[in-house]
Write a protein that binds this ligand. Structure first.
Ligand SMILES: Cc1cc2nc3c(=O)[nH]c(=O)nc-3n(C[C@H](O)[C@H](O)[C@H](O)COP(=O)(O)OP(=O)(O)OC[C@H]3O[C@@H](n4cnc5c(N)ncnc54)[C@H](O)[C@@H]3O)c2cc1C
Length: 217
């Protein structure tokens, strides 16, 4: 680009008493008096690359009104049990549908050590974040087999279990992944429900509306 000069490793820190821009550089402080200034300093998403949102305070000190920064495309903290966390951290939930309020998203999500994130979560993150800010918590629901019609799933879950373990039977009958079954069991334990004692209709309902409560982004 004609006439553009890049000055790397220059950190803008504010203005001096003459209204010049001040930069911290490897060679000390530098003052620059431009005709016009355009600031493009990013949000507070990736401090290691310089986007730390430090400009909010700098501009605020000059009386510039700045809308408080809020997390976007963020993950959510979920209080997983130790067993679930150790076994399923880093595993994707595929082919699921996530819903919060009236908003439904079909995409993947990822179990993390501290909660849940991924494309489906990011699509819901603004609504979840606002709900958590307003009431201290929010519960999203995950449908593990959204592609199956309810009566089909009920029919599959009416198959006899025989000598199979409940998890094995569930995996085969509903074609659930181990992480999906883990999530289902996690929610059942939290609400004091014994999954293996549920009739097929109730189990179907649970499979397609697993509650995942969060209280923090
Ligand atoms: C891990 C991660 C993954 C992402 N993935 C996607 C994706 O897949 N798709 C998508 O669309 N978006 C994605 N985003 C979002 C996307 O990166 C941002 O929306 C976009 O980079 C914002 O552009 P920007 O120019 O406003 O700010 P930035 O790209 O943050 O650039 C701001 C620049 O200003 C510099 N700066 C800040 N303060 C100062 C200062 N005081 N002095 C000098 N320099 C300063 C910073 O070092 C930085 O270089 C992702 C973000 C993250 C953190």
């Amino acid at each position: 680009m004609t006439g553009v000069q890049f000055s790397l490793r220059h950190r803008w820190t504010g203005w001096d008493e003459h209204g010049h821009l001040l930069f911290q550089t490897p060679n000390g402080q530098n003052a620059v008096g431009p005709r016009a200034t355009a600031l493009a300093l990013g949000g507070a998403s990736w401090p290691r690359l310089g986007s730390d949102g430090g400009w909010v305070e700098t501009l605020g000190a000059r009386g510039v009104k700045v809308t408080p920064l809020k997390s976007a495309n963020c993950g959510f903290v979920v209080a997983w049990s130790d067993i679930f966390r150790d076994r399923f951290e880093g595993q994707p939930l595929k082919g699921v549908a996530l819903s919060f309020g009236a908003h439904l998203v079909r995409a993947e999500a990822m179990i993390t050590r501290d909660g849940i994130e991924g494309g489906a979560i990011y699509a819901l993150s603004a609504e979840l974040r606002e709900a958590i800010l307003a009431s201290g918590g929010a519960t999203l629901h995950i449908a593990l087999r959204p592609d199956l019609k309810t009566h089909d799933l009920v029919a599959r879950l009416s198959a006899p279990r025989g000598k199979q373990t409940f998890s094995n039977w569930l995996r085969k009958a509903a074609q659930l992944s181990p992480v999906g079954i883990g999530l289902l069991q996690e929610a059942a334990i939290a609400s004091g429900v014994v999954l293996s004692s549920l009739p097929p209709e109730n189990l179907t309902e649970r499979i397609n509306a697993v509650p995942v409560p969060s209280s923090r982004v």
